[in-house]
Design a protein around this ligand. Sequence first.
Ligand code: AMP
Length: 397
Amino acid sequence: MTYNKKSIEDIDVSGKRVLVRCDFNVPLKDGVITSDKRIVEAVPTIKYLLGKGAAVILCSHMGKPKGEVNKKYTLAPVAARLTELLGQKVELAPDTIGPETKKMAAALPFGRALLLENTRFDKREEANDPEFAKELASMAEIFVNDAFGAAHRAHASTAGVAMYGGLPAVCGYLIQKEIGVMGKALEDPKRPFIAILGGAKVSDKIGVINNLLDRCDTIIIGGGMAYTFFKALGNEVGNSICEYDKLDIAREAIAKAKAKKVNFMLPVDNIIGKEYKEDTTYMRIYSDSIPDGWMGLDIGEKTQELYSKSIEGAGTIVWNGPMGVSEWPHFAGGTNAVAKAVSESGAISIIGGGDSAAAVEKLGYADKMTHVSTGGGASLEFLEGKELPGIACLQDK
Ligand code: AMP
């Protein structure tokens, strides 16, 4: 899927009220933001609009309040962080489209920003309700979508405002960057193009595997999904996570790789544990079969070495999903080794959101990567070649 969408630079925003959908769905612990990456990544778009003299009405969802007001998911901490990052007081409206909020939006001076309360406090948001979308749109003259992390959802604030609200709709810098970098990797990659795919399940990643098999030179497999491939090849998997109903899909992927001459790499050794527990008994086995009573929880050192060697020579790398249960230190070695190899490769490196992005950030490699995506689900769907409704609804160039 290639997009050629208008951006904020292709439309006159001066002296206009601009509704900007951001992805401020940041992780919180006891009401404190634990990673402000998504807020920081939205700042260039907001600053550009403020600098052009627009009145900027920001909106976003946070968490899954299921259509009900729940103060646990208030955007108040985001308003406070935006106030620091923008150097101006950013007020939080009491709700998304209520009368007081509309008054605040109408009175907002040009060059100032206002944040609407969590869009998902109203169940019409996720239903992409046309009336709710029109109410949101009525506060502005232009719609800017910069919420890459929510672009795979057709919700009122991501697609509805453009579909039903009648506003001219363009993308912000973050969406432009995300689709630019990932689009180039899919359409015109520097070779060799290596895809690294991990995580729990083959079923979650099969769309990406299939799309990338048409484009890449090597696919490196790790994480729980490796064991479904092991089983599909006739190996034993013990108690490892394995999707027994997906063995055919796994076999088809291996056959496709062979037909397309894609180097399909699976672990040759494994770190296995007795139980699915952080402090379980564990050991390394020099085998691609998992013994009875054990489960594979990470790739082994020989595999780390082979994968790192392959990564070393890459031109483009797309990585999505950990190589093992990377949340637990004993089983994080594979993910850490791959993160290190990617960061040192000199390749164009694109890290999908979620656990692999978290590992890269935690290890301090984020700055060494070409791009760490802000969207887990959205980047997966993009890599699958699916249309993202929050982007499809924007004006073409
Ligand atoms: P995903 O969201 O599909 O990228 O999967 C990430 C999850 O996969 C993480 O929570 C990991 O703990 C889990 N995972 C990775 N490797 C394994 C494994 N060998 N067994 C069980 N879970 C795993």
